[in-house]
Design a protein around this ligand. Structure first.
Ligand code: MSP
Length: 649
């Protein structure tokens, strides 16, 4: 086996329904892993596709008054569309109705029959039609229902071909004893081992009760059971019949990523089929958990099915990709809530990553005309940041080996968080005031390097965002083309950065909640009132409060706006940058009462045009009505000495 090949697959999705968050989840995980492996220099083959035969499809087609072929031709396109929208870079998309697949299924069936591993018998059992599966009596639910979907089971008897699965069980147990990562995570491995050590029956692999399937050559009364057909897709698409060289290259390196609900098929039936065919079982079957929505099982009847198209439209593909892999450890069940997604966009993406980029670029532009300096005078803080960056690479590698996407992201965000803190500790605006210094060079260079590495590290997760960061950093090509093991700290000096552009606009959580609840956001702000008639805003969580970025700023210039009775045009200094703010305080202060004052500025308000001037922030002031009518106003100011740019929280 060549250790540099990496073949990764999603399950192939049933096309009786539109794609939902569960499908998106598996595919995003595989996409992230395949992009990551590519960046590590692997030769990757990433496969996804659609499962188009079987009872479910036949029933769905009948209900719609279509032929099954018409239905699958129509619906499979939704999956292809979704993968485009989600920025999925699969190498192949297989449909089980394609001739290349039909040929392989029939060839494998025949080979197993010729060698005596498929034989004819009679099958009788309790069958769940929607799940396409016989349910052993011991696992049937109350009232003879399917343990998975809860629907009633039907007693069925039919002539059937059987695969002699039991014959290969000892060989598979021996294989798993040697390959502890054959099933991941460990809890699933243990589950599979105890199942294998129990009674594994021969598997029924044909049906006479339906038409919509691959016919058995020489016995056309039967069609091949949909799962036997479906599992083989992984071999078809890696060239089992059509391209033996490709098959030799990728087969032994295959990883199947699946939901925990379908591990028996992938960790028992499929490897047993492979052993019977004289082929290696997969390197790993990686099982992920199940998503519920706002605490409930997702179902059409509840109307709570999360539409991934909608999520991308509202929040963008990258934020959705990030959220799904960050929120829940892979392998665990998780609960999806849009509010949690918005929370993560505001805190992790807009605040942590977006701010780091913005602050750093603005400082490089203001203090070094946009040219990234070479490191000058370093100090322990710089060395600490660099050491963390270097260990982050290792931590990410280690997590990705375990398919622990959330741990990899936590490690990356620890670096981003450290870099943000480093800005507060080194106070580059202060260094800039002290004149051109080698120390400032080092600080700017360290920050730039931390960002350059972060762009590489987030690239598999958020390909579009990482390209945008790369661009703003003034770097050539795309981060995904980089073999990130080649990353060398300091290599970025000399680059010319572009103007900072907002990566993730912050979402106003309160307004968002109102919109989602079907109410329009309230226009205007609450009027100031005397204590007796005070109006209160609804309670908010700490997340909503944290989303407001407030910093200490100094008013350096006050200008009249002739057209306006209320507004001043102010120039304020945040230490790391200067901004123009229009403020409605003209009636209360003379310019000389304002110049030089330290105030609190809301820095992340969307820019607004007031009297033709773009205002970039809001100065905090408290106002009260006096004598029922006229208004008094006072500025909110820091009580003690504190550097400009300090965060108010
Ligand atoms: N066609 C079979 C797979 C054949 S593979 C040889 C199938 N298709 S499916 O469309 O029903 O499901 C495909 C995948 O989506 C499964 O891995 C399943 O776990 C995943 N999910 C479906 N609903 C899900 C959630 N609510 N949460 C997480 N994943 C879920 O099974």
């Amino acid at each position: 086996m060549d250790g540099r090949n990496f073949y990764i697959t999603t399950p192939i999705y049933y096309v009786n329904d539109i794609p939902h968050i569960g499908h998106a989840y598996t595919t995003i995980a595989c996409d992230v892993m395949s992009r990551y492996k590519r960046m590590k220099g692997y030769d990757v083959h990433f496969l996804t596709g659609t499962d188009e035969h079987g009872q479910k499809i036949q029933t769905a087609a009948e209900a719609k008054g279509m032929t099954p072929q018409e239905l699958v031709d129509k619906i499979h396109v939704n999956f292809k569309e979704l993968w485009k929208v989600l920025d999925i870079g699969n190498d192949d998309f297989i449909r089980t109705t394609e001739p290349r697949h039909v040929r392989v299924v029939q060839a494998m069936f025949k080979k197993l029959m010729d060698q005596g591993d498929i034989y004819k018998g009679t099958y009788e059992g309790q069958y769940c039609v929607p799940c396409e599966t016989y349910v052993p009596e011991s696992s049937a639910g109350e009232g003879n229902t399917c343990p998975d979907c809860g629907r009633p089971l039907t007693l069925m008897q039919e002539e059937s071909y059987f695969f002699r699965a039991s014959k290969y069980v000892p060989q598979l147990i021996a294989h798993y004893e040697k390959h502890l990562n054959g099933v991941m995570p460990r809890v699933r491995y243990n589950e599979i081992m105890s199942f294998l050590r129990g009674e594994v029956r021969d598997q029924s692999v044909s049906r006479t009760t339906l038409k919509w399937g691959i016919p058995i050559p020489g016995d056309e009364k039967h069609v091949i059971y949909v799962w036997f057909d479906a599992l083989i897709n992984y071999a078809t698409a890696s060239g089992y019949l059509d391209d033996p060289a490709m098959f030799r290259k990728y087969w032994p390196s295959v990883r199947h990523v699946v939901g925990k609900d379908i591990i028996r098929f992938h960790c028992v039936v499929w490897p047993l089929m492979l052993l019977a065919l004289g082929l290696e079982p997969p390197v790993s079957v990686v099982a992920h958990g199940w998503w519920t929505v706002d605490g409930e099982k997702m179902s059409k009847s509840k109307g709570n099915v999360v539409d991934p198209f909608k999520m991308v439209e509202l929040y963008g593909a990258d934020a959705f990709r990030y959220f799904l892999l960050r929120e829940v450890p892979f392998g665990h069940d998780g609960d999806f809530s849009e509010a949690a997604l918005v929370g993560r966009i505001n805190s992790d993406l807009a605040n942590d990553l977006g701010n780091l980029l913005n602050r750093t670029l603005q400082m490089i532009v203001s203090y070094r005309d946009g040219v990234v300096p070479a490191a000058g005078l370093d100090d322990p803080l710089d060395r600490e940041l660099r050491a963390l960056a270097e260990t982050t690479l290792g931590r990410v590698d280690e997590a990705m080996e375990r398919f622990a996407f959330d741990d990899a992201l936590k490690a990356i965000w620890a670096l981003i968080g450290r870099a943000n803190k480093y800005i507060d500790e080194t106070m580059p605006w202060k260094l800039a005031k002290e004149g051109p210094s080698e120390r400032l060079d080092s600080v700017l260079s360290s920050l730039y390097e931390a960002l350059r590495l972060s762009a590489l590290l987030v690239a598999p997760y958020m390909p579009g965002t990482s390209r945008r960061i790369w661009d703003q950093l003034g770097l050539e090509g795309t981060p995904l083309e980089r073999v990130y093991d080649d990353f060398a700290w300091g290599e970025g000096s000399g680059a010319v950065v572009r103007k900072a552009e907002v990566l993730f606009p912050r979402i106003d959580l309160e307004a968002w909640k109102k919109v989602r609840a079907g109410e329009l956001p309230k226009a205007g702000k609450a009027e100031a009132a005397s204590p007796g008639e005070m109006e209160h805003e609804p309670e908010i969580g700490i997340e909503a409060f944290r989303a407001v970025e407030m910093r200490v700023a100094q008013i350096v210039k006050v200008e009249e706006i002739p057209k306006s009775r209320k507004l001043y045009k102010l120039e304020v200094d945040l230490g790391y940058e200067k901004r123009t703010v229009c403020s409605g305080i003209k009636a209360f202060f003379k310019p000389e009462e304002l110049e030089g004052r330290r105030v609190v500025l809301v820095t992340n308000l969307k820019p607004a045009k007031l009297c033709g001037i773009e205002s970039n922030g809001m100065i905090l002031a408290a106002s009260v009505k006096v004598d029922g009518n006229s208004e008094a106003l006072t500025l909110v100011v820091p009580a003690g000495e504190i550097p400009l740019g300090s965060r108010v929280s």
